[in-house]
Design a protein around this ligand. Structure first.
Ligand code: XIL
Length: 298
Protein backbone atom coordinates (compact mmCIF):
# COMPACT_ATOMS: atom_id res chain seq x y z
CA UNK A 1 0.00 0.00 0.00
CA UNK A 2 1.07 3.58 -0.59
CA UNK A 3 -0.92 5.08 2.26
CA UNK A 4 -1.17 4.14 5.92
CA UNK A 5 -4.75 2.96 5.55
CA UNK A 6 -4.14 0.71 2.55
CA UNK A 7 -0.88 -0.69 3.93
CA UNK A 8 -2.48 -1.43 7.30
CA UNK A 9 -5.52 -3.00 5.63
CA UNK A 10 -3.25 -5.35 3.68
CA UNK A 11 -2.05 -6.60 7.07
CA UNK A 12 -5.58 -6.90 8.40
CA UNK A 13 -5.17 -3.87 10.64
CA UNK A 14 -6.65 -0.39 10.80
CA UNK A 15 -4.67 2.84 11.00
CA UNK A 16 -6.50 5.62 12.80
CA UNK A 17 -6.24 9.20 13.96
CA UNK A 18 -7.81 11.23 16.73
CA UNK A 19 -9.93 13.95 15.19
CA UNK A 20 -11.04 17.34 16.44
CA UNK A 21 -14.32 17.74 14.57
CA UNK A 22 -13.83 21.50 14.30
CA UNK A 23 -11.01 20.79 11.84
CA UNK A 24 -13.16 18.71 9.46
CA UNK A 25 -13.75 21.89 7.46
CA UNK A 26 -10.01 22.56 7.01
CA UNK A 27 -9.08 21.15 3.62
CA UNK A 28 -5.41 20.31 4.32
CA UNK A 29 -6.47 18.43 7.43
CA UNK A 30 -9.37 16.54 5.95
CA UNK A 31 -7.45 15.63 2.80
CA UNK A 32 -4.75 13.92 4.87
CA UNK A 33 -7.33 12.30 7.11
CA UNK A 34 -9.29 10.81 4.24
CA UNK A 35 -6.22 9.72 2.29
CA UNK A 36 -4.25 8.11 5.12
CA UNK A 37 -6.63 6.86 7.81
CA UNK A 38 -9.42 4.30 7.97
CA UNK A 39 -10.31 4.70 11.64
CA UNK A 40 -11.13 7.75 13.71
CA UNK A 41 -11.66 8.59 17.36
CA UNK A 42 -12.98 11.83 18.79
CA UNK A 43 -10.22 13.74 20.52
CA UNK A 44 -12.79 15.21 22.95
CA UNK A 45 -16.32 15.06 21.55
CA UNK A 46 -17.40 11.72 23.01
CA UNK A 47 -16.12 12.38 26.54
CA UNK A 48 -18.51 12.70 29.47
CA UNK A 49 -18.40 16.51 29.67
CA UNK A 50 -19.23 16.76 25.97
CA UNK A 51 -21.96 14.12 25.78
CA UNK A 52 -23.81 14.81 29.05
CA UNK A 53 -23.16 18.46 29.92
CA UNK A 54 -26.16 18.49 32.23
CA UNK A 55 -27.31 15.40 34.05
CA UNK A 56 -29.69 13.42 31.86
CA UNK A 57 -29.40 15.93 28.96
CA UNK A 58 -27.30 14.34 26.26
CA UNK A 59 -25.50 16.12 23.45
CA UNK A 60 -24.29 14.08 20.51
CA UNK A 61 -23.68 16.72 17.85
CA UNK A 62 -19.87 16.48 17.83
CA UNK A 63 -19.84 12.71 17.99
CA UNK A 64 -22.47 12.45 15.29
CA UNK A 65 -20.42 14.66 13.01
CA UNK A 66 -17.44 12.36 13.39
CA UNK A 67 -19.50 9.20 12.89
CA UNK A 68 -21.06 10.52 9.71
CA UNK A 69 -17.65 11.57 8.36
CA UNK A 70 -16.35 8.10 9.13
CA UNK A 71 -19.29 6.37 7.46
CA UNK A 72 -18.94 8.53 4.35
CA UNK A 73 -15.23 7.74 4.04
CA UNK A 74 -14.96 4.06 4.87
CA UNK A 75 -13.58 4.54 8.37
CA UNK A 76 -14.38 2.66 11.55
CA UNK A 77 -14.88 4.56 14.80
CA UNK A 78 -13.28 4.05 18.20
CA UNK A 79 -15.41 5.42 21.00
CA UNK A 80 -13.46 7.39 23.63
CA UNK A 81 -14.23 7.38 26.52
CA UNK A 82 -17.28 6.39 28.53
CA UNK A 83 -15.81 6.82 32.04
CA UNK A 84 -12.68 8.71 33.06
CA UNK A 85 -11.65 10.78 36.07
CA UNK A 86 -10.88 13.72 33.78
CA UNK A 87 -13.19 15.79 31.58
CA UNK A 88 -16.20 14.97 33.70
CA UNK A 89 -19.04 17.50 33.63
CA UNK A 90 -19.19 19.73 36.69
CA UNK A 91 -22.37 18.12 37.91
CA UNK A 92 -20.69 14.70 38.06
CA UNK A 93 -17.66 16.14 39.84
CA UNK A 94 -20.07 17.24 42.54
CA UNK A 95 -21.56 13.77 43.09
CA UNK A 96 -20.30 10.86 45.16
CA UNK A 97 -21.39 7.47 46.44
CA UNK A 98 -24.43 5.78 44.94
CA UNK A 99 -25.57 8.98 43.22
CA UNK A 100 -22.31 9.11 41.26
CA UNK A 101 -22.28 5.35 40.64
CA UNK A 102 -25.82 5.43 39.26
CA UNK A 103 -25.08 8.49 37.14
CA UNK A 104 -21.93 6.88 35.76
CA UNK A 105 -23.63 3.63 34.83
CA UNK A 106 -26.54 5.53 33.30
CA UNK A 107 -24.03 7.51 31.26
CA UNK A 108 -22.46 4.30 29.95
CA UNK A 109 -25.86 2.85 29.11
CA UNK A 110 -27.20 5.95 27.39
CA UNK A 111 -24.15 6.77 25.27
CA UNK A 112 -23.37 3.18 24.27
CA UNK A 113 -27.04 2.65 23.39
CA UNK A 114 -27.18 5.83 21.31
CA UNK A 115 -24.14 4.76 19.27
CA UNK A 116 -25.08 1.09 19.18
CA UNK A 117 -23.89 -0.57 15.97
CA UNK A 118 -21.68 2.38 14.98
CA UNK A 119 -18.64 1.85 17.21
CA UNK A 120 -15.90 -0.69 16.52
CA UNK A 121 -14.45 -0.47 20.02
CA UNK A 122 -15.30 1.58 23.11
CA UNK A 123 -12.83 2.76 25.70
CA UNK A 124 -15.26 1.88 28.48
CA UNK A 125 -12.89 2.95 31.24
CA UNK A 126 -9.87 5.21 30.77
CA UNK A 127 -6.84 5.67 33.05
CA UNK A 128 -8.15 4.01 36.21
CA UNK A 129 -4.78 2.74 37.44
CA UNK A 130 -2.22 4.68 39.44
CA UNK A 131 1.23 5.63 38.21
CA UNK A 132 4.24 4.44 40.13
CA UNK A 133 4.94 1.17 41.82
CA UNK A 134 1.68 0.37 43.59
CA UNK A 135 0.05 -1.52 40.73
CA UNK A 136 -3.26 -0.40 42.20
CA UNK A 137 -6.14 1.80 41.26
CA UNK A 138 -5.91 5.54 40.97
CA UNK A 139 -7.84 7.46 43.60
CA UNK A 140 -10.81 9.17 41.95
CA UNK A 141 -14.42 9.98 42.62
CA UNK A 142 -15.36 6.91 40.56
CA UNK A 143 -12.98 4.63 42.47
CA UNK A 144 -14.46 5.88 45.74
CA UNK A 145 -17.85 4.50 44.67
CA UNK A 146 -16.39 1.00 45.13
CA UNK A 147 -13.75 -1.15 43.48
CA UNK A 148 -16.38 -2.89 41.33
CA UNK A 149 -17.13 0.27 39.33
CA UNK A 150 -15.05 -0.90 36.38
CA UNK A 151 -16.78 -4.25 35.99
CA UNK A 152 -20.17 -2.58 36.44
CA UNK A 153 -19.27 -0.22 33.59
CA UNK A 154 -18.21 -3.07 31.31
CA UNK A 155 -21.39 -5.04 32.01
CA UNK A 156 -23.53 -1.98 31.26
CA UNK A 157 -21.64 -1.32 28.02
CA UNK A 158 -22.06 -4.91 26.86
CA UNK A 159 -25.80 -4.80 27.51
CA UNK A 160 -26.09 -1.50 25.63
CA UNK A 161 -24.03 -2.43 22.55
CA UNK A 162 -23.30 -6.15 22.29
CA UNK A 163 -21.48 -5.66 18.98
CA UNK A 164 -18.83 -3.21 20.17
CA UNK A 165 -15.48 -4.41 21.43
CA UNK A 166 -15.08 -3.21 25.00
CA UNK A 167 -11.64 -1.90 25.95
CA UNK A 168 -9.79 -0.78 29.03
CA UNK A 169 -7.39 2.04 28.03
CA UNK A 170 -4.38 3.53 29.85
CA UNK A 171 -0.93 5.18 29.55
CA UNK A 172 2.51 4.45 31.02
CA UNK A 173 1.78 0.83 30.15
CA UNK A 174 4.44 0.65 27.45
CA UNK A 175 6.38 -2.22 28.98
CA UNK A 176 6.07 -4.76 31.74
CA UNK A 177 5.89 -2.57 34.84
CA UNK A 178 3.86 -2.30 38.05
CA UNK A 179 1.07 -0.33 36.39
CA UNK A 180 0.68 -2.58 33.36
CA UNK A 181 0.86 -5.63 35.63
CA UNK A 182 -1.94 -4.25 37.80
CA UNK A 183 -4.07 -3.90 34.65
CA UNK A 184 -2.99 -7.35 33.50
CA UNK A 185 -4.18 -8.83 36.77
CA UNK A 186 -7.54 -7.06 36.43
CA UNK A 187 -8.04 -8.35 32.89
CA UNK A 188 -7.10 -11.88 33.95
CA UNK A 189 -9.60 -11.65 36.82
CA UNK A 190 -12.32 -10.31 34.49
CA UNK A 191 -11.75 -13.13 32.01
CA UNK A 192 -11.85 -15.76 34.78
CA UNK A 193 -15.12 -14.39 36.18
CA UNK A 194 -16.84 -13.72 32.87
CA UNK A 195 -16.81 -9.93 33.13
CA UNK A 196 -17.13 -8.75 29.52
CA UNK A 197 -13.85 -7.28 28.26
CA UNK A 198 -12.56 -7.64 24.70
CA UNK A 199 -9.52 -5.42 24.39
CA UNK A 200 -6.88 -3.35 26.11
CA UNK A 201 -5.76 -0.02 24.70
CA UNK A 202 -2.17 1.11 25.09
CA UNK A 203 -2.17 4.89 24.71
CA UNK A 204 1.56 5.04 23.96
CA UNK A 205 2.26 8.70 24.58
CA UNK A 206 5.99 8.22 24.23
CA UNK A 207 9.18 10.13 24.94
CA UNK A 208 12.59 9.63 23.38
CA UNK A 209 12.98 5.93 24.20
CA UNK A 210 10.78 2.85 23.85
CA UNK A 211 10.64 0.09 26.44
CA UNK A 212 12.52 -2.96 25.17
CA UNK A 213 9.64 -5.18 26.24
CA UNK A 214 6.93 -3.16 24.50
CA UNK A 215 5.99 -6.05 22.20
CA UNK A 216 6.27 -8.65 24.97
CA UNK A 217 3.86 -6.60 27.06
CA UNK A 218 1.29 -6.47 24.25
CA UNK A 219 1.73 -10.21 23.79
CA UNK A 220 1.12 -11.11 27.43
CA UNK A 221 -2.23 -9.29 27.31
CA UNK A 222 -3.13 -10.96 24.01
CA UNK A 223 -2.34 -14.30 25.64
CA UNK A 224 -5.12 -13.59 28.15
CA UNK A 225 -7.59 -13.73 25.26
CA UNK A 226 -8.15 -10.04 24.56
CA UNK A 227 -7.31 -7.91 21.55
CA UNK A 228 -4.78 -5.15 22.00
CA UNK A 229 -4.72 -1.81 20.24
CA UNK A 230 -2.31 1.13 20.15
CA UNK A 231 -4.79 3.88 20.90
CA UNK A 232 -3.15 7.31 21.25
CA UNK A 233 0.31 7.04 19.75
CA UNK A 234 2.50 10.12 19.71
CA UNK A 235 6.27 10.37 20.18
CA UNK A 236 8.45 13.24 21.31
CA UNK A 237 10.43 14.81 18.51
CA UNK A 238 14.15 14.05 18.26
CA UNK A 239 16.60 11.73 16.60
CA UNK A 240 14.66 8.66 17.80
CA UNK A 241 11.18 9.73 16.72
CA UNK A 242 10.97 7.89 13.42
CA UNK A 243 12.65 4.79 14.89
CA UNK A 244 10.14 4.64 17.73
CA UNK A 245 7.15 5.06 15.42
CA UNK A 246 8.53 2.25 13.28
CA UNK A 247 9.24 -0.01 16.25
CA UNK A 248 5.74 0.45 17.67
CA UNK A 249 4.25 -0.40 14.28
CA UNK A 250 6.38 -3.54 13.97
CA UNK A 251 5.45 -4.58 17.52
CA UNK A 252 1.76 -4.35 16.73
CA UNK A 253 2.14 -6.34 13.52
CA UNK A 254 4.11 -9.01 15.37
CA UNK A 255 1.21 -9.58 17.77
CA UNK A 256 -1.62 -11.36 15.98
CA UNK A 257 -4.25 -9.85 18.27
CA UNK A 258 -3.00 -6.28 17.84
CA UNK A 259 -5.84 -5.07 15.63
CA UNK A 260 -4.77 -1.51 14.87
CA UNK A 261 -2.91 1.67 15.64
CA UNK A 262 -4.31 5.14 16.29
CA UNK A 263 -2.15 8.27 16.36
CA UNK A 264 -3.38 11.08 18.60
CA UNK A 265 -3.85 13.72 15.92
CA UNK A 266 -2.89 14.40 12.30
CA UNK A 267 -0.34 17.25 12.06
CA UNK A 268 2.18 18.32 14.70
CA UNK A 269 0.25 21.51 15.28
CA UNK A 270 -2.95 19.53 15.92
CA UNK A 271 -1.30 17.70 18.80
CA UNK A 272 -2.09 18.20 22.48
CA UNK A 273 1.68 17.83 22.98
CA UNK A 274 2.43 21.14 21.29
CA UNK A 275 6.16 21.72 20.86
CA UNK A 276 6.90 17.99 21.14
CA UNK A 277 5.99 17.87 17.40
CA UNK A 278 4.88 14.35 18.18
CA UNK A 279 2.96 13.27 15.06
CA UNK A 280 3.48 12.00 11.49
CA UNK A 281 2.78 15.18 9.51
CA UNK A 282 4.31 18.62 10.00
CA UNK A 283 2.19 21.70 10.48
CA UNK A 284 1.97 22.24 6.72
CA UNK A 285 0.69 18.72 6.22
CA UNK A 286 3.93 17.32 4.82
CA UNK A 287 4.94 13.75 5.63
CA UNK A 288 7.75 13.50 8.17
CA UNK A 289 10.41 10.79 8.34
CA UNK A 290 8.28 9.30 11.10
CA UNK A 291 5.57 8.77 8.48
CA UNK A 292 8.01 6.92 6.20
CA UNK A 293 9.11 4.76 9.14
CA UNK A 294 5.52 3.72 9.83
CA UNK A 295 4.68 3.08 6.19
CA UNK A 296 7.86 1.04 5.71
CA UNK A 297 7.04 -1.01 8.81
CA UNK A 298 3.50 -1.81 7.65
C1 XIL B 1 -6.53 15.11 25.45
C2 XIL B 1 -6.93 15.92 24.23
O1 XIL B 1 -6.02 15.64 23.19
C3 XIL B 1 -6.92 17.40 24.55
O2 XIL B 1 -7.47 18.15 23.48
C4 XIL B 1 -7.72 17.67 25.82
O3 XIL B 1 -7.59 19.02 26.18
C5 XIL B 1 -7.27 16.79 26.96
O4 XIL B 1 -7.34 15.44 26.56
N1 XIL B 1 -5.20 10.60 27.41
C6 XIL B 1 -6.45 10.47 26.86
C7 XIL B 1 -6.97 11.51 25.94
O5 XIL B 1 -7.09 9.44 27.05
O6 XIL B 1 -8.37 11.67 26.04
C8 XIL B 1 -6.29 12.84 26.17
O7 XIL B 1 -6.73 13.74 25.16
C9 XIL B 1 -4.79 12.68 26.17
C10 XIL B 1 -4.35 11.76 27.27
Amino acid sequence: GTTLRTAAAEKGRYFGAAVATGKLSTSTYVNILNREFNSVVAENEMKWDATEPQQGRFSYSGGDRLVSHAQANGMSVRGHALLWHQQQPGWAQGLSGSALRNAAINHVTQVATYYRGKIYAWDVVNEAFADGGSGGRRDSNLQRTGNDWIEAAFRAARAADPGAKLCYNDYNTDGINAKSTGIYNMVRDFKSRGVPIDCVGFQSHLGTTLAGDYQANLQRFADLGVDVQITELDVMTGSNQANIFGAVTRACLAVTRCTGITVWGVRDCDSWRGSDNALLFDCNGNKKSAYDAVLNAL
